[in-house]
Design a protein around this ligand. Structure first.
Ligand SMILES: Nc1ncnc2c1ncn2[C@@H]1O[C@H](COP(=O)(O)OP(=O)(O)O)[C@@H](O)[C@H]1O
Ligand SMILES: [Mg+2]
Length: 237
């Protein structure tokens, strides 16, 4: 469904991705692991259209989308759940969710149905729908961030470190939510530093190092924690 081939990208003259290739099959749940500053978020931004590759291709369903604007990629079904649970703290939970359906705002009935869908998936958000998002706990913010992405009716979700800074019990809840999204038929690319969480949910793993994929394997084929740790310890760049 999604295919990156030899993507080179960065900021200004600084290159962060040095020829990164990866694939996410339709219905798959693929994890991209790597240490701090290795280019995981940059990779997701290149997929979402927030960073333009200097070389290489990003293709969705066989179509190269390098020149497609970010908002058009959203309309094509790609949705990014950014790192850091970015939400609008001064707006209510419901208003935050509605922001996710901004490009479909004329389809009032469809948007209302999707809002109910998110509330069914995350009952906690329904209870808190009138509360200012700034009052939510870390886990609730992450759910809101995922819920907002779902409001754009994505076929593919890009999740940037959803477990970061959350207590283990809450990480478990987020892991379950991610698995339930896969069961819904969504295709997922999950960026994580939490190896245990990634191994628990993903069916395929990539490790990024030095702006390239340094290791990849199907989780079913067995991936040792020690082996993965070696990739982390041997440095970011
Ligand atoms: N907007 C930006 N402008 C300049 N450099 C950036 C920007 N965002 C990230 N970087 C740099 O790019 C590198 C990779 O960042 P990032 O993709 O966020 O890594 P990760 O998500 O793996 O922690 C880091 O060295 C970071 O400082
Ligand atoms: Mg990041």
């Amino acid at each position: 469904m999604l295919k990156l081939e030899n993507v080179v990208a960065g900021y200004g003259r600084t290159r962060i991705l040095h020829g990164l290739s990866l694939e996410v099959p339709r219905g798959g749940l693929v994890a991209l692991l790597g240490g701090n500053g290795t280019g995981k978020s940059t990779c997701l931004k290149a997929i979402a259209g927030l960073v333009t590759p200097q070389d290489g291709t990003v293709a969705l369903d066989g179509r190269v989308i390098n020149d497609v604007a970010a908002e058009d990629r959203t309309a094509m079904g790609l949705s990014l759940v950014p790192q850091g649970k970015e939400i609008f703290g001064g707006m209510s939970v419901a208003e935050n969710l509605m922001m996710g359906a901004y490009h479909r705002r004329r389809d009032k009935a469809g948007v209302a149905a999707d809002l109910e869908g998110v509330y069914t998936r995350f009952p906690r958000l329904k209870e808190r729908r009138r509360v200012l998002a700034g009052m939510l706990s870390g886990g609730e913010r992450q759910m809101l961030s995922i819920g907002r992405a779902l409001m754009s009716r994505p076929t593919m979700l890009l999740l940037d470190e959803p477990s970061a800074a959350l207590a283990p019990r809450v990480v478990e809840e987020i892991a379950e939510a991610i698995l339930s999204l896969r069961d819904l038929g969504l295709t997922l690319l999950l960026v994580e530093q939490n190896v245990g969480m990634a191994l628990e949910v993903a069916d395929y793993l990539y490790v990024i190092r030095g702006g390239r994929i340094a290791f990849e394997r199907a989780v079913d084929d067995g991936v040792g924690m020690d082996e993965l740790r070696d990739f982390y310890l041997s440095g970011a760049h």
